[in-house]
Design a binder for this molecule. Structure first.
Ligand code: HAM
Length: 428
């Protein structure tokens, strides 16, 4: 007997969990809509180079976690599943010449991402993100607007006390001097570095700061801070982002060691954590400014900022807080029949009602009317539409299962009658 299981690090979302995710997606879409972000789709896979160049070769996401697709024979292109949405959105922005549209172009994507990560609670190989990007605005006001939208998402989703960790990681003007100092610092501790980090010391010293290696915590904590190296322009930008956040009432904490794990960031960087969980490695979401990425992927210099929120982690947080899964709405009506064998009539009437937009189930099991009605009640249907001899002259019995009343209704009026009841009872 074969016994198949979902691949390691993936999970089936059974209807209860899917309903929870749909609820989060609806909140995300509503917030995006209110903020002027338009939803788009990008492929689930891209040329690997989009991620290698965009996110950076010497990052965990590319070096260790990229889901590469085995090339087919004769195919020279190399593909990978998307580990995030930003690089793909930027690729699309460039490909479709979106710089000719009124700027900023505000885009949003909701969907699954893939990272070949070591699976654990809250860390999956397929996970869902709500991603939002504002492209073509140098900020700083839009930085705060983006951060506020993400923060509001958690509030509307019901995750309480989410904290924003905020930092500025400088730009092309001031970061090189900082990187030099950082490199010198870690070089002085080279013997204490794990092998991967030692390699990155030359290629990408910033990444040592977001190492997942807990043994490096003390070393990272004592490392030089970018805050002490910011140029005047970055300093002013950062101060203004904070002033805008204060004005809209978003609480944040400045976290000088937070540099994010992807290479494309400049200036504003932020992460969201559950209150009291800032010390943990699992952020609920994160984002930042990436003024160089559009150019890096072949477009003109375009300032941009965005975030991605991990929806699986929000579901987990809600579950841990004891939130109930959204309840499944009962059908407005179940079509039952006096003649157990006459499934044709039951299906036909249900089909007519569904064509009118109503949520109506047909009892298709061949069993006695009493049993059919019992199941309808158990499902908490408001009505039973009972098909009997009256159908010959176009009538059915409409039984209100809650009130216990019953009357004859013509088939022509049935949809209208049900719709009226649905409106007053919030069914269907
Ligand atoms: P990120 O920090 O790599 O940023 O991911 C954002 C969020 O996705 C994380 O905070 C986390 O909640 C969730 N996440 C990441 N990996 C996993 C995983 N293996 N399992 C479950 N959840 C996960 C980005 O992806 C950037 N694209 C954000 C951005 C948009 N920056 C600018 N624009």
């Amino acid at each position: 007997m074969p016994s198949y299981r979902a691949p390691r690090g993936t999970r089936d979302l059974l209807p209860e969990t899917r309903a929870g995710l749909s609820r989060l997606e609806a909140i995300a879409r509503s917030l995006a809509d209110r903020g002027g972000y338009r939803e788009m789709e990008i492929p689930l896979f891209e040329q690997s180079a989009v991620f290698e160049r965009g996110i950076g070769e010497a990052t965990d996401v590319v070096e260790k976690e990229l889901f590469r697709l085995a090339p087919r024979t004769g195919e020279s292109e190399s593909w990978a599943l998307r580990p995030e949405a930003t690089a793909g959105i930027v690729r699309a922005y460039v490909q479709h010449g979106m710089h000719t549209r009124p700027q900023p172009v505000k885009l949003t994507v909701v969907g699954p991402m893939f990272r070949y990560d070591r699976p654990q609670a809250g860390r999956y190989r397929q996970f869902w993100q709500w991603d939002a990007e504002a492209m073509g605005d140098p900020g700083p006001a839009v930085d705060a607007e983006v951060i506020e939208m993400g923060w509001r998402f958690y509030a509307e989703a019901g995750v309480s006390g989410v904290r924003v960790l905020l930092n500025s990681i400088g730009d092309a003007a001031c970061r090189p001097a900082y990187l030099g100092r950082l490199q010198a610092y870690f070089r002085g501790h080279e013997a204490e570095l794990p092998e991967l980090e030692r390699r990155r010391l030359d290629t990408n010293p910033l990444r040592l700061l977001d190492t997942k290696d807990l043994a490096m915590a003390a070393l990272v904590a004592a490392a030089p801070k970018i805050a002490d190296f910011l140029c005047d322009a970055c300093e002013a930008h950062f101060a203004s982002v904070r002033a805008h956040l204060d004005a809209v009432g978003v609480p944040y904490r400045i976290e000088p060691a937070m540099v994010r794990g992807l290479d494309y960031y400049a200036r504003t960087a932020f992460e969201y954590y559950r209150g009291g969980a800032e010390g943990q490695q699992q952020a609920l979401g994160g984002g930042g400014r990436y003024d160089g990425l559009v150019e890096l992927l072949g477009g003109r210099p375009t300032p941009a900022i965005g975030f991605a929120l991990g929806l699986d982690r929000v579901l987990l947080a809600l579950e841990e807080a004891g939130a109930k899964a959204p309840h499944e709405p009962p059908p407005l009506a179940v079509v039952v029949g006096a003649d157990p064998a006459d499934t044709v009539s039951r299906l036909r009437v249900a089909s007519l009602m569904r064509a009118e937009g109503l949520s109506v189930r047909a009892e298709l099991a061949v069993r006695k009317l009493g049993r059919q009605l019992e199941t309808a009640s158990k499902e908490h249907a408001h009505f039973a539409v009972i098909i009997g001899d009256e159908l010959a002259d176009g009538h059915v019995q409409l039984k209100d299962l809650e009130a216990g009343t019953q009357r004859v209704v013509s088939l022509a009026d049935l949809a209208r009658e049900l719709a009226r009841a649905a409106k007053s009872h919030h069914h269907g």
